[in-house]
Design a binder for this molecule. Structure first.
Ligand code: ADP
Length: 494
């Protein structure tokens, strides 16, 4: 099959979260299965044109009754097989993408012209195919910034060369929908009746993701449990009704993890590689982690790690909320060490700084560091993810792979990937709690620490069990290939 991925992020070019990992890793896994994959991305300011090759001639993209022109650059996605590489195309439009930030900057987190910027990206995807004279079987759009792709296919483009093309929309996070004022609709070059037919309407606003959900031939999200949850009012972010309408074409496919980057046997960012057969390297990583965070080098004390965006979604209110979060009492009452790497909401960063100045066993690094995130995954005994919701979550899968026991809330992909500890039988791969309350986090951490000191054989067996799990992208890519086949079936059926 020929597949074009349209996305706003893909590693190693642009990343704010798990979406970027998923787009690249899925593309690589698909070409290894024999499919032909191309990716279209914006050429953000941070992507150096010096490393890219420019295609000849400009690309004209119909916008707002006229045309916007851009240059197109290309390169091969790192990690691609030589015989069937993933080609990445960058649309280079100075006005839209020649600035800092992917969606915005700290003082303007959501650029006012984002509907134009990402509307342009979606329209450019079609023009790029024309320029390359390459027409995909599947247009695979990711999240709201590319959600216009299925809309355009259904309402404007499904004729001629695209008549046999089907669309798939993957929702990586339903919390981000791309909701903007209706006045932006004009720039998309669509008829006004399409505004209603495609389901853009959202109160007095226009909603990109909602229109994408209405229009895509097939839809999925990134774990089976999150797919079920999003059909409910509690997790549907007001789109549960629309999703229920599309439930026959909607499923959950668990993300994989990139085994070239996240594998304790080959990881070059930890002091010594290790495996389930020889865990010496894990003890070394714990030592290095304690050193890196200026903690006493005590191998007998459990280390709890966290690597996270500091946003409400990640449960940071219940953990660090001033006066009510449980991090303070956890560190005060329990014999453990707590290390955190993250950045995000200023109040939370501030609270974390204040906690680390008052607690000797709580250490934090505010910022982003690939290297430290590997050390935390490898060197910790437990990894905490008290998420409010979690479409898939990557860190708990990294943790399991590194023999670090996840402590997670029973939600989304966390529930799909972690099996709760049973202290009678010793079964399980981590610790799960239901309620997102400071008390539930406190109790579950207390339970894990108790098991660490009193049921050590269970802890060691759980580590090994976690390390034996298979979170490969190959498995997920096969499921995506089946989804593509069913989308094609829908539109090519006589
Ligand atoms: P989300 O995409 O919602 O942030 P995921 O768990 O799906 O959550 O993916 C987050 C990814 O970003 C993981 O690879 C995680 O290690 C990484 N990450 C998040 N914050 C940091 C940070 N401060 N430093 C390094 N890596 C980070």
């Amino acid at each position: 099959m020929k597949i074009l991925m349209a996305a706003s992020e893909a590693v190693p070019f642009a990343k704010t979260g798990g979406l970027a990992d998923a787009v690249s890793a899925l593309s690589l896994a698909l070409v290894k299965l024999g499919h032909e994959v191309k990716i279209v991305l914006p050429r953000y300011y941070s992507i150096d044109r010096g490393n890219l090759r420019q295609l000849e001639g400009p690309l004209g993209v119909p916008m707002g009754g006229g045309e916007e022109w851009c240059a197109v650059y290309t390169t091969v996605l790192p990690g691609s097989p030589k015989k069937n590489p993933v080609a990445v195309y960058f649309v280079d439009h100075e006005n839209f993408f020649g600035r800092d930030g992917i969606y915005g900057v700290p003082w303007e987190p959501d650029y006012l012209d984002n509907p134009r910027r990402f509307g342009f990206l979606s329209r450019a995807a079609f023009q790029l195919c024309r320029k390359l004279d390459w027409y995909p079987d599947i247009l695979h759009a990711h999240d709201w910034p590319a959600a216009l792709v299925p809309v355009l296919l259904k309402f404007a483009e499904r004729s001629g060369e695209f008549s046999q093309t089907a669309s798939v929309l993957t929702i990586h996070n339903l919390g981000y929908q791309g909701i903007y004022g209706k006045e932006n609709y004009g720039c998309l070059n669509l008829w006004w009746d399409t505004f209603y037919k495609a389901g853009f309407e959202d109160g007095n606003m226009m909603n990109f993701l909602k229109a994408g959900i209405y229009s895509a031939d097939k839809l999925n999200t990134v774990s089976p449990n999150y797919a079920r949850e999003t059909l409910t009012q509690a997790h549907g972010f007001r789109l549960d009704g629309v999703l229920r309408c599309r439930s026959a074409d909607y499923c959950g496919i668990l993300n994989g993890i990139d085994g070239r980057v996240w594998n304790p046997k080959t990881d070059t960012l930890i002091p010594q590689p290790y495996s389930a057969k020889d865990m010496t390297g894990k003890a070394k990583a714990k030592e290095a982690l304690q050193r890196a965070f200026n903690l006493p080098g005590n191998p007998g004390v459990p280390v709890v790690g966290m690597v996270t965006r500091l946003t409400e979604q990640k449960g940071v209110g219940e953990l660090f909320g001033p006066a009510y979060g449980s991090a303070w009492s956890i560190c005060r009452d329990m014999n453990l060490q707590f290390v955190l790497l993250g950045s995000g909401e200023p109040w939370c960063e501030q609270e974390i700084r204040s906690l680390s100045s008052r607690l000797s066993n709580f250490k934090a690094r505010i910022g982003y560091s690939e290297e430290l995130s590997h050390l935390i995954e490898a060197g910790s005994d437990f990894f905490l993810m008290p998420s409010r919701y979690e479409p898939c979550g990557l860190n708990q899968m990294y943790s399991l792979t590194y023999g670090t026991l996840p402590i997670v809330r029973n939600t989304g992909g966390l529930a799909d990937t972690v099996e709760n500890y049973n202290q009678d039988t010793g079964s399980g791969t981590g610790f799960i709690f239901d309620d997102l309350t400071p008390q539930a986090i406190y109790n579950t951490l207390g339970w894990a620490v108790w098991a660490y000191y009193n049921r050590r054989e269970h802890i060691e067996a759980m580590r090994i069990r976690g390390m034996e799990q298979n979170f490969s992208w190959e498995k997920s890519a096969r499921e995506y290939a089946d989804l593509y086949a069913s989308a094609l079936d829908l539109i090519r059926r006589p």
